[in-house]
Structure formats: C-alpha cells, structure tokens
Design a protein around this ligand. Structure first.
Ligand SMILES: NC(=O)c1ccc[n+]([C@@H]2O[C@H](COP(=O)([O-])OP(=O)(O)OC[C@H]3O[C@@H](n4cnc5c(N)ncnc54)[C@H](O)[C@@H]3O)[C@@H](O)[C@H]2O)c1
Length: 493
C-alpha cells in the first residue's frame, strides 16, 4: 500500500513538472503554477518569486552611469500621435539640441511635426514612416538619442533596436509591459553602456519636486508610507489611440498597467535602489464593469470581455519595512488624481484632492488650549494642514535645486511655465535629460528605475490572478541596490 502511494506521488510530481516546467519546491505550487508569467518562477514560503537572470559577461552595472558629454544632443522622435508632438515642440526650446529624425507609422503624423521646427527656425528633419521605419532612424549616424512615444506594445522593440545601435533612449510610460521586457531593457543598457530613461514626467511636477526636497532634507522625519495613483477617466480618449492599442491592451491584461505616475515619485522619496528596495507586493482588482461595456461598444466582435478590472489596488512593502499604497482607475468618473502622499514620522504631504502639508510641531501647538497648554480633546479639526502662510514659506525655502536651475536667466520652474507640458513638468523632464547628456552626468532616472516602475504592470497582474498572493519584486540592479545611499540629481558645477 505504502509503495503504491509512493509511486502515485512520484507520478503526480512528474505530471506536475511536465505541465509547469518548474521545480514546484513548496506548497500548492502545482495549483499556483497554472498562471502564465513572462519569466519562470517558484513559490517560496507562499511568495511568488520570479527568476532573476544573472548578469552576462561583458555587461556592466549602470548605477551612476556617465556617458561621454555631447555638445549637441541629436534627437530622433518615434511615435508622433497625441503625446509625441508636444515633446518635439518642447525640444525646440532647449539649447544644444538638433532634431534630426521624425518617425511615425503614419508619415503624415511625422511630417506634421516639421511645423514646430520651422517655427523655431530649425532645419527640417528626416522623416521615417511605416511599421519598421524606426529601424532606419536608429541605424542613422546623426542620432544620439531616440525619444519613444509610441503605443506601449512598441516601446521595447524600438528601444532595444536603438540601444543595440549605440543610441541612448528615453521611453514614455510605462516603458515596458512585462518583467521579461524590463530585463531586456536592463541587459541592453548594460551591454551597450547607453542610457535608458523612463519619461516619468510626474517626478518633475513642482509639488512633487519641492516635496522630494523637503523629504531629502528630513522635514517629514522618516517616511514610513506613501501613496500614489493614476485615477483618470479615459472615456473621452479611448477612441483616439492609434489602431485602438490602449483599449486592446486593457481588454487583454489585468493589473496596474499604468503605475509609474504613482510609484515613480514615491520611489524617489523613499530612495528605492539607493539604500532601500521594493520587496514584495499584493494586488487586488474589482470586476470589470465599465471596462467590459466600453470594450463591447468599441471593439464589437473583436472582444467581448475586458480582463482589466475597473479599479486596481496594490500594496508594496520595502526591504526596510515601509509601505506604498497604489491605485489605478481609468474606467469610472472620478476627479483626476495621482494621490501622491508621503506619511512621515514628523510630517505629511498630500497633493490630491487638496494640496497641503502637515508638520508635527504645528499640530502639537494648535491643539493646546490657551489657558493650560493641555491638549484640547475637542480639537480634532486642528489636526489639519498647516496654514497657507506656513506652506508658502516652506515651499519657497525647500524649492528643489532643479527648480532653481537657471535657463536663459530664469529659474527652470518659471521658464518651464512659459513652455508648458502638463504645467511645465514635461519641459523640466526634457530639459534635465538634455542637460545631463550634454554634461556627461548620470540621469535623474536610470534604467533600474525604468524597470522597477514599469514591472508593476505584470507583477500586479500575477498577484491578482493568484488570489492576491504576494509577489517578490525582482532586484533589477542585481544586488547593487544598496551601493548609493540617496537619490541624487547631478549638476555640472
Ligand atoms: N507621461 C504622460 O503624461 C503621458 C501622457 C500621454 C501619453 N503618454 C504615453 O505616450 C505614449 C503614446 O501615447 P499617445 O497618447 O500619444 O498614443 P497615440 O496612439 O496617440 O500615439 C502613438 C503613436 O505611435 C505610433 N506608432 C505605433 N506603432 C509605431 C511604429 N511601429 N513606428 C512608429 N510609430 C508607431 C502611432 O501611429 C501613433 O501615432 C504611450 O506610451 C502613453 O502611455 C504619456
């Protein structure tokens, strides 16, 4: 009897191996391994752990990577739909830039951007088009930087081709869709020793920048928790994405597929891979109600269901024991919000729906009764934001050095307002990218930020599809996350 059981057990194990292709070292592994992930994985003590490939010989870490300074940054833009043309226009306002390539699948979109160059008195750029026109742009000798604002599905193919041809790349958000794609970006940057920067513009919002500086100066004490989100009802936009790429992506994929606006600024404030690292996450999704309705209306016979839940909620824990709370909702009517909240032992910052700061000392003072100095137990409403005068003073005092950087005799913050792009933050991002490339400095956001923030899409999907099981966040730095102790923005002098 015992022998029969052993044989049966061995048979079951072999069948499990055949179907999962995985060692299943822990409990319920066979059951959990029904899901698909872009890389192999194991279940260790109940946590889903994706395999992390070793660094191949010849690849070098990109931590604090500096490329040779470029006197003129020669740019080629790929993807000129709703987002891309604004970048072309902004680059015409940056000194030391030559716009040499304009590429879109649809030639007229690329051609249309020549007007920005003409207006700025710049020479016409070469136009590339078709599904693979980007390849010629990447092969061209007169391009240093490929700026990618295509559909998500094309981000990585274009970026990899560009990096293999020795170009630096800057990629819209999210820069990659799967963990496998994130590793491909890391490996290509390390192998070719070129920059790969995520175009996470929200890191350059004036509120976020000032708050980051306050955080780095210790104003909030120890930051124990942060919140971030992308809450934006996309109903008016769905029909306008080229070839319906965005709705098709959402129809086919659950998870926080657009996490970087929320997680990026939080990771910066928490020094992720500069002394701390994202350890693991759990995610949960609602059912798809509006998503399914929109998919049925817009995609007709092509799709009947929407995999993407209307609201996605994620909790991340860091190696040092702090937490990040994220939300994603592009399906229901809500006011736009990136949440952006920092909870510190000495203070609090909150951007949405009401921007404000709270400082511990103010709270303690405001709650004391005038007569005795003892706490007034009725004074709960005093636990609120610091008065406007205090906020104004603090905001001025803690302006980030990037906001104060001089451009054409004006502080970058002020100058950015005249160029625009989401209230100026897009321009600050582009300006900093060019500035660092021209001065041979490490970029504000490196390839590991690009991978960590973009990986949220697939990692949250995996957790959701497994009953909100914890999923380990891969260490894309391959052990280097503790080498630098704080996020740094570099300046030439
Ligand atoms: N950071 C932000 O605030 C922000 C805002 C909007 C959009 N985005 C990002 O910008 C990107 C583009 O979004 P969008 O709203 O402009 O979408 P879009 O559909 O309007 O534009 C995408 C463009 O890419 C082009 N394209 C597709 N395949 C191509 C190929 N093989 N070669 C060349 N061009 C190709 C399409 O023709 C289209 O013109 C997305 O990644 C999106 O997430 C970021």
């Amino acid at each position: 009897m015992r022998r029969t059981k052993t044989i049966l057990g061995a048979l079951l194990f072999a069948v499990c191996l055949m179907f999962t292709g995985c060692g299943c070292p822990q409990e319920s592994a066979c059951q959990a391994n029904k899901f698909k992930a872009s890389v192999d994985y194991k279940i260790v003590d109940g946590v889903i752990v994706l395999d992390e490939p070793q660094r191949a010989p010849g690849q070098k870490s990109m931590i604090e990577f500096r490329a040779n300074p470029l006197e003129t940054v020669r740019v080629g833009f790929v993807g000129l739909g709703m987002r891309g043309p604004g970048a072309v226009q902004r680059f015409t306002h940056i000194e030391g830039v030559a716009i040499n390539g304009l590429c879109d699948k649809y030639a007229e979109r690329a051609e249309g951007c020549q007007a920005f160059l003409e207006k700025a008195g710049m020479p016409k750029a070469k136009v590339y088009s078709g599904d693979e026109g980007y390849k010629q742009l990447c092969e061209s000798d007169d391009i240093d930087l490929v700026y990618i604002a295509t559909s998500w599905q094309m981000h990585v193919p274009v970026a990899l081709y560009a990096m293999e041809h020795g170009k630096h790349v800057a990629i819209e958000v999210p820069s990659a869709n799967t963990v496998e794609e994130c590793w491909q970006l890391v490996d290509a940057a390390e192998r070719n020793q070129v920059h790969c920067m995520i175009l996470e513009n929200c890191c350059y919002d004036h509120y976020e920048l000032t708050t980051l500086n306050m955080a780095q100066q210790g104003v909030f004490g120890e930051i124990i928790h942060a919140e971030g989100a992308y809450i934006h009802n996309l109903e008016p936009y769905w029909k306008h994405y080229a070839d319906n790429w965005r709705l098709e992506y959402n129809a086919a994929n659950n998870g926080d597929v657009y996490a970087t606006h929320g997680v990026g600024p939080n990771c910066q404030a928490m020094n992720i891979h500069r002394g701390d690292k994202l350890d693991y996450l759990v995610a949960m999704s609602t059912k798809s109600v509006n998503g399914t309705k929109i998919v049925r209306e817009q995609m007709g016979e092509k799709a009947d269901t929407c995999m993407h839940g209307d609201q996605i909620n994620t909790l991340i824990r860091t190696a040092k024991g702090y937490t990040i709370d994220m939300q994603h909702n592009v399906m229901t009517p809500r006011p736009y919000s990136r949440m952006y909240q920092l909870v510190g032992t000495e203070g609090f910052a909150n951007k949405y729906p009401t921007a404000g700061y709270t400082f511990k000392l103010d709270q303690l003072k405001s709650i004391a009764t005038e007569e005795t100095g003892a706490p007034n137990i009725e004074a709960l409403d005093h636990h609120s934001f610091a008065p406007a005068s205090v906020v104004a003073e603090m905001t001025e005092k803690y302006k980030h050095p990037v906001q104060k950087q001089l451009v054409n005799g004006q502080p970058l913050q002020q100058y950015s307002l005249s160029v625009g792009g989401h209230g100026g933050m897009d321009f600050i991002m582009d300006y900093r990218l060019v500035y660092c490339l021209r001065n041979g400095l490490p970029l504000d956001m490196d390839v590991y930020d690009t991978a960590e923030w973009s990986a949220m899409g697939e990692l949250t999907r995996i957790s959701i599809e497994n009953g909100s099981k914890p999923v380990k966040v891969p260490d894309f730095t391959r052990g280097d996350w503790n080498k630098v102790k704080e996020l740094k923005f570099y300046f030439a002098d």
